[in-house]
Design a protein around this ligand. Structure first.
Ligand code: GLC
Ligand code: CA
Length: 903
């Protein structure tokens, strides 16, 4: 079988379970500046964000990741930090941050913040001090200096669009300083232990304020060594290990998230042996998801995931589709980059550095199906998903804003001024809102989408809640199943016994795929977004069809989980009954009844001998109107198949209530219509009015004759003359298979024999004898019977007995007794088991049963003047016959074997 298993991510026994919370997290990434402006100065702030926490917890995300919110000249949107221990006054004061933390905690939202350790702003006091200090001094060596700009040649330039070198001349220091990013962001020098110590102290400062973790910005670049690429150096990993050790010692259960934009094998090193970062972005996977959709081929995804090394049990990949930066194409081959640029950034303005500065929705041409598919992958790949703010409503971007600002525009809350982000003069906004007709805040906003169940926002919420319903997504292993169709991506997530099958169509056209699911034979796929069951997995490969960009998340259930496969609603025929019941049996209605309605109905009945076989021909051989005014009657149906032919009685009533397809009447056979009036044709055996007619006719001992045939309704003396026939409480009894029994209140039991058998019916014959002739008091009295009489033959149609209040039958009592008895014997010591209370009580009951059976025998043998009941002597031949019959007949194992065991 073509299944490749990757990444066993079974939870680590060694680690405290709740310390792995990040594995089940759903992270929402946002910039305080962009989210909500509370004081209308045009800049989002902590107070505004705090007001929006309900929105976030309602969305279902569990963790917030805040972009840098520290004092900063703002030349790299806050990644150029000038003070690590304060809140940027534009976003509020420390007290606003504290309140935000409190409110987040109250909603059980965790908060991850930025620890930007590679560099500071050139306005940071550390840098001001360094550039003014003597070369070689400690203060100077907080940064990386050189006399020339040729050192560390061979190091790539990341912001290639703006920077020409990683060195910049500082006229104050009269030396070059090293920077991997913008020239105003000098790199800190991690060869100086004081730098590490200072950053650890910053980390403790924010831990004290309650944050749950840190995103470690740009960590591959901490240390430099001549002759290397200056990325991922062992010295850098040593620094990260120190940070991790300090974090665990100071505040266990907090996380580090690595931003290391590297090839999979290099990123994986940032997990260390579970002693560096808890999480790392899967940078290589992200662009390949875009690649797979553009090429309509799963290969880029399966290929990169297969190249992804296993990671320690206490670690997790962070999955994302978009973030605040350009969609980076650094970790793809040159050919792949050209392809992605041509597919997603034909407009050169959409390109930035080695990437594409666009949001998810525009990248997907605003195609809802593609956006949903992308999110389904994000939420089901092995890792913790990160949603970039605004993508849950399909926000657009503005590629004219320069740098990456086009994907950092104000959150769109309402169709009001500034999209509800701020009430300031629009000119004052930190950045213009998106205003075009497709993505502008009038078209795309939270308020409108909250009101529509069909919106992207509502859909995202649903997806999140399904994702959260199972730990398999966050913790399970991943295997691919290679369906022959490469446009279809099939993978299985497994955690313990739970198995999730994900199937995605990466193409713009409908696709089918044959999927080998033999390891899960017998399981039932439950599609989780709609909660519908699919047919159980069999021997043959499953054929799954998908709409364009369609996807399924199937939970492979061992037993059918909650909602069973929707029993298909019957598609009823409508019979036209211009003249009521009579017209059922005339003209076109009759042929539809015989050809389409009755065969389908019979084949679904338990009492029909050839149940399940609707390939029968039916003919209505006889019919008796029981009550023409009320449109009720009984028809005699001849049902023929290849195997046999038999006659059945079908009581039919027309009910003038409309067919409710949501709650179909289980007794319905068809719809009926007279003019504009609609009704249903029901099986009268379960229909109270029909049973009432029948009981009235029995009480009056009436006869309905049609040609040579008669329906004889006969009461016995026991039929209560006065009792009103109340049929409000008619219940069907499901125990017997060959007939239909209805309990009428606590007065009558009406049993319909469905299949007509010739010969006298023992229930009628013996019942009459016991009830009216010998008046035996301990059987339910026979109150009446209905028989079909054709010349000399009589065939039983129905019997009516008095209902006897009871507490169940001997069979149920006996099996319950045996259950208790066996349980008792299992638990008791040998001596104690000798005296069982259970046994004594049961014996008393059996004694009573024996007595009654004997009385019954005596009663039956009491009239030798009636030929059919005259006692006959038992011969030895009789006894032999019985013995043979009983030893060859199957016995009920549970009773006989237990009894034998005790004896
Ligand atoms: C990270 C951030 C990016 C920033 C850079 C320099 O890559 O994601 O926004 O510009 O670091 O700090
Ligand atoms: Ca503000």
């Amino acid at each position: 079988m073509n299944i490749v298993t990757r990444q066993p991510l079974e939870s680590a026994a060694a680690v405290e379970e709740d310390e792995l919370w990040f594995k089940d997290a759903i992270i929402y990434q946002l910039h305080v500046k962009t989210f909500a402006d509370s004081n209308n100065d045009g800049i989002g702030d902590f107070a505004g964000l705090t007001e929006k926490l309900d929105y976030l917890s309602d969305l279902g995300v569990t963790t917030l990741w805040l972009l840098p919110f520290y004092p900063s000249p703002g030349r790299d949107d806050g990644y150029d930090i000038s003070d690590y221990r304060l809140v940027n006054p534009d976003f509020g004061a420390m007290k606003d941050f504290r309140r935000f933390m409190q409110e987040a905690k109250r909603r059980k939202l965790r908060v991850v913040i930025e620890l930007v350790i590679n560099h500071t702003s050139d306005r940071h006091p550390w840098f001001e001090r360094a550039r003014r200090s003597k070369p070689g001094s400690d203060a100077r060596s907080w940064y990386v200096w050189s006399d020339n700009d040729q050192k560390y040649a061979g190091t790539r330039i990341i912001f290639s669009d703006t920077e020409k070198s990683n060195w910049t001349w500082d006229p104050v220091a009269e030396a070059y300083y090293w920077h991997r990013f913008f020239a105003h962001q000098p790199d800190l020098n991690y060869d100086n232990p004081r730098v590490t110590a200072a950053l650890l102290s910053v980390m403790r400062f924010w831990l004290d304020l309650g944050v749950d973790g840190f995103r470690l910005d740009a960590i591959p670049y901490l240390c430099e060594r001549e002759g290397t690429s200056n990325e991922n150096l062992p010295e850098t990993h040593a620094v990260i290990k120190k940070i991790r050790a300090e974090l665990d010692a100071y505040s266990p259960g907090k996380v580090l998230l690595a931003e290391a934009n590297q090839w999979p094998e290099d990123v994986a090193v940032y997990f260390g042996r579970g002693d560096e970062c808890h999480m790392a972005y899967h940078f290589p996977l992200m662009p390949r998801i875009y690649m797979a959709i553009a090429q309509e081929d799963r290969f880029p995804i399966t290929d990169i995931l297969r190249q992804t090394p296993d990671i320690p049990d206490n670690c997790q990949w962070a999955m994302f589709l978009r973030n605040h930066d350009e969609l980076t194409l650094e970790m793809v081959t040159d050919a792949e980059r050209d392809y992605l640029w041509s597919a997603y950034a034909t407009d050169p303005r959409a390109r930035l550095n080695l990437g594409i500065r666009r949001r998810l929705a525009p990248l997907m041409d605003n195609d809802r199906r593609k956006i949903e598919l992308m999110n389904s992958l994000l939420m089901s790949f092995p890792g913790t998903p990160i949603i970039y703010y605004g993508d849950e409503i399909g926000m657009g971007d503005n590629i004219y804003l320069g740098d990456r600002n086009g994907v950092r525009t104000p959150m769109q809350w309402t169709p009001d001024r500034n999209g509800g982000f701020s009430r300031c003069d629009p000119a004052r906004l930190y950045a213009p809102t998106i205003m075009d007709p497709v993505y502008g805040y009038e078209a795309v906003n939270v308020e409108a989408q909250s009101r529509s169940l069909a919106s992207l926002l509502s859909w995202t919420k649903r997806l999140i809640s399904v994702r959260k319903s199972s730990r398999v997504f966050g913790r399970g292993s991943l295997s691919f199943i290679r369906a022959t169709n490469r446009a279809v991506l099939v993978y299985v997530r497994q955690y313990g016994d739970e198995v999730m099958l994900c199937v995605a169509n990466l193409s713009r056209s409908a696709q089918a795929a044959e999927i080998d699911l033999s390891p899960w034979r017998g399981r039932v796929p439950l599609e989780l977004l709609g909660r519908t069951n699919f047919p159980p997995i069999g021997e043959q490969p499953a054929v799954i069809t998908l709409a364009p960009y369609g996807f399924y998340w199937f939970q492979l259930c061992e037993t059918v989980a909650s909602p069973p496969i929707q029993a298909s609603l019957p598609e009823y025929e409508t019979l036209v009954v211009g003249h009521g019941w009579r017209s059922l049996l005339q003209g076109r209605s009759r042929s539809v009844l015989e050809r389409d309605v009755v065969p389908v109905y019979l084949s679904g009945r338990r009492w029909f001998a050839e149940r399940g076989n609707s390939a029968i021909t039916c003919r209505v051989a006889d019919d008796f109107a029981v009550d023409t005014a009320a449109d009720s009657g009984i028809v005699l149906v001849e049902a023929r198949s290849k195997r046999e032919s038999a006659q059945y009685l079908l009581p039919l009533s027309i009910k003038w209530t409309r067919l409710d397809s949501a709650k179909p009447d289980p007794n319905a056979l068809a719809g009926v219509r007279r003019g504009a009036r609609q009704g249903i044709l029901v099986d009268g055996a379960g229909d109270p009015p029909f049973i009432a007619f029948l009981l009235q006719r029995v009480r009056a001992s009436e006869t309905i004759a049609v040609d040579r045939h008669r329906l004889e309704f006969r009461a016995t003396e026991a039929f209560p003359a006065e009792t009103p026939i109340a049929v409000e409480h008619v219940r069907a009894v499901e125990t017997e298979q060959s007939n239909t029994t209805a309990l009428v209140g606590s007065a009558f039991v009406v049993k319909f024999f469905r299949r007509l058998e010739s010969g006298s019916n023992p229930e009628i014959e013996v019942g009459r004898f016991l009830t009216t002739i010998v008046q035996f008091p301990n059987t339910p009295p026979l109150l009446g019977a209905v028989e079909f009489v054709d010349g000399d033959t009589r065939r039983a149609v129905a019997v009516v007995h008095r209902f006897v209040e009871n507490q169940g039958d001997a069979w149920t009592v006996t099996s319950a007794y045996l259950d208790r008895f066996v349980e008792e014997q299992r638990l008791l010591t040998a001596e104690a088991a000798e005296h069982s209370d259970e046994e004594a009580a049961y014996a008393r009951l059996m004694d009573q049963v024996g007595r009654r059976v004997a009385e019954l025998q005596l009663a039956l043998a009491s009239r030798d003047d009636i030929a059919a009941f005259a006692p006959e002597a038992i011969t030895s031949d009789d006894i032999r016959g019985w013995r043979e019959a009983s030893s060859s007949a199957p016995t009920r194992p549970s009773m006989s074997s237990c009894a034998a065991g005790r004896a």
